[in-house]
Unconditional design. Structure first.
Length: 174
C-alpha cells in the first residue's frame, strides 16, 4: 500500500488563505486518486450505498487522508475522505463543475482563556449547490468549543489541528 507521509512544518506559519490553497491541492489529489480507483474498479459501491460512518478525527498526532479503498475497508472516514469520494463519483457521472469546498470554521473560546479553534470542514460544491456528505453519514451537530477542544484527539475534528498546535507551542500551560 502506498502510504506517503508529508510533513508541513511551514503550514502553521501560513495565513488562512495560504492554508486553504495547500489543502485545496491535497483535496484535489485525493479526489483524483479516488476517481482513478473507481475507473479501475467499476464495481465499487457509491458512498451513500457503502455508508461508512463519520468519525471524529481518527488519527492521533497527525492527519490521515484516506482514499476510497481504505475508507470503505475501514468503514469509517472524515469529511475530507467523504467529500473527495463524492466529488469523484459526481465527476464519473459527468458533472464538470464539482469540487471539494473548504468551509473555514472558527470557534471562539467562550471563557476567553484560549485562542479560537479554527477548523476546515470539507463539503462538495456542485455548481451553485453544496452537499455535506459528513452530515449525511453521521457527523455530530452543534459541538461546543469544550467538546472540540477536549476531544481525545486534541480537538482536531474535520482534520485541522493547527489552531491548537500553534497555541500549545506558544503557551506555557494548557
Amino acid at each position: 500500500m502506498y502510504s506517503p507521509c508529508i510533513l508541513f512544518r511551514g503550514f502553521d506559519g501560513l495565513d488562512d488563505n495560504g492554508r486553504m490553497i495547500v489543502v485545496r491541492a491535497l483535496l484535489e489529489t485525493l479526489t483524483l486518486s479516488n476517481w482513478q480507483y473507481m475507473k479501475r474498479h467499476p464495481e465499487t459501491p457509491l458512498l451513500y450505498e457503502a455508508r461508512p460512518r463519520y468519525v471524529v478525527h481518527p488519527a492521533r498526532g497527525g492527519d490521515e487522508w484516506r482514499d476510497i479503498a481504505e475508507t470503505f475497508k475501514r468503514g469509517a472516514g472524515t469529511c475530507k475522505d467523504f467529500a473527495c469520494i463524492r466529488v469523484a463519483e459526481l465527476r464519473m457521472q459527468g458533472y464538470e463543475d464539482v469540487v471539494p469546498f473548504i468551509k473555514l470554521i472558527t470557534y471562539p473560546d467562550p471563557k476567553k482563556r484560549r485562542p479560537p479553534l479554527t477548523l476546515f470542514h470539507v463539503l462538495v460544491r456542485n455548481g451553485d449547490e453544496y452537499e455535506d456528505p459528513s452530515s449525511i453519514l453521521g457527523m455530530p451537530k452543534n459541538l461546543s468549543y469544550a467538546e472540540l477542544r477536549d476531544h481525545p484527539d486534541a480537538g482536531g475534528i474535520h482534520g485541522a489541528r493547527w489552531g491548537l498546535e500553534q497555541w500549545a507551542s506558544t503557551s506555557a500551560s494548557p
